[in-house]
Every structure is written in C-alpha cells, then in structure tokens.
Design a protein. Structure first.
Length: 244
C-alpha cells in the first residue's frame, strides 16, 4: 500500500535546505511505505504568487483544496501590496474556508512549524479567520516587520484542520482531518509566496508536519552523494588510525 497522490500538476522545485532534505529523506528511508497508508499527499508542487503588477492595489490569490476537488478543505493564500510602490505595507496571509482552522502561536498568528512537529494533538492551538504569515511595513522610517514565517523565503509548514463530510475524502468519524501545507513567503519589494505541497491524514488522526512528503529525486541524490562522501572520509580516517 502506498501514499495516495491526487491528480495534480507537478513542477520542478528548487532544492530545499540540506537539513530539511536529510530529515525528510531519513524519515522516508526509516519507515515502510505502509506507514504512510493513510496520508494523502499532493505530490511536489511549485505554485507561486506575487503582488507585483501594474495596478495600485495588487493581490495574488491561490486556493489550496487540501482534499483534491473539495472546496470544504480550502485554504486561500494572498500576497497583498496595498500600493504599487516600495513605501507601503507588503503582506502574505491565509484565509481558511468557513469552519477550517490553522495552528497559531500564543499571539494567534499562524505558527511556522518545522518538519516533525505534531498537528492535531491536544497541545495544538487551532484558530480560524484570516492570519498573517509575514508582513513588512515600509511606510515609516523603521520598516517594522512581523509574522512567524522566515523572512528569507525559507519554507515552513502551516498546520491545518478542516471539516469535510464527503465519504471520498476519508474515514474520519467526525469528518475532521488534520494536515499541513508547505510554503515559503517573502515581503520585500513585493509580497510573494511559494507553495510546494500539502497532505492530510484521511482517517482523522493527528499528523506530523512533513509526513508523507518525499523530496524530489535530485535532492535525494544530492543528499545520498554527500552522505557517501562523509562515510568515505570516516573510513579513511579509521584506516589511517589502524595503520599507526
């Protein structure tokens, strides 16, 4: 039994940070495929949106239907530029469909999760409503910024909860499902986001951020090559020590 992949358009992604590839690759190698039997994964994606444009106010929206084709599982991401000049507010925010939620920090801002963090356990602080992932306000002298997403565009996971009573979505008894959306955001000259994938547990159980995600083959090959090089260096050192 293998991880399910909805029929979605997949494009090549930029290689993620090596540590992230190592964690995901290690998880994929350590667990049998059957361990992912209840995870529905989008497959690698390269979905981008930017506020750059010719208008005075620019929004770039993309709606992720976490369960393919199901609007009840929707989370909409917006890159917003209040004025097409540098000197204004740039922000990226998420808006869940009615009844859906995301994990937030104690200040109720969307939490940027690392791979392996639990989603759906008793400690998860789920809230609903629009939430800002990152913003930079260039209208003043100090250009304050905020939000939990890395300011350099690095990826982080949004932990989510959605409700869908369509039997084809899964087997959750109360129609509640937990999942994650992997994305990076930037709020510099323009506001922008890059969404690289998403997944959910189709039986309603909690899920770990990044669970079911498989790095692109080129990234896995790069990691394997690096690991082989490290192993070769260690073996040479041991051989020298034994010959002394």
């Amino acid at each position: 039994m293998t991880t399910k992949h909805p029929r979605l358009v997949s494009k090549n992604l930029n290689s993620p940070a090596l540590s992230r590839v190592a964690l995901l690759a290690g998880a994929a190698a350590a667990l049998p495929l059957a361990a992912h039997a209840d995870i529905v994964y989008s497959g690698p994606q390269d979905i981008t949106g930017s506020s750059a444009g010719d208008g005075v106010t620019n929004d770039s929206d993309y709606t992720v239907n976490v369960a393919a084709g199901e609007s009840a599982s929707a989370f909409t991401f917006t890159a917003n530029d209040t004025n097409e000049t540098l000197y204004n507010l740039k922000q990226v925010y998420v808006t869940p469909a009615a009844g859906n939620m995301y994990i937030a920090d104690p200040s109720n801002n969307p939490a940027a999760l690392s791979a392996g963090q639990a989603i759906g356990n008793s400690g998860s602080n789920f809230i609903t409503g629009q939430g800002t992932l990152q913003y930079t306000d260039f209208s003043g002298v100090s250009s304050p910024s905020g939000g939990n997403w890395p300011s350099n565009g690095d990826q982080a996971y949004l932990g989510i909860e959605f409700t869908d009573n369509n039997p084809s979505v899964g087997s959750s008894l109360n129609s509640v499902y937990y999942g994650w959306i992997d994305l990076g955001v930037e709020t510099g000259i323009d506001a922008s986001y890059t969404i690289t994938g998403w997944a959910y547990e189709n039986d309603g159980d909690p899920i770990l951020a990044g669970a079911g995600q498989v790095p692109e083959p080129s990234s896995l090959a790069l990691f394997a090559l690096g690991a082989a090089g490290v192993l070769a260096v260690r073996r040479r050192k041991l051989a020298r020590a034994a010959n002394r």
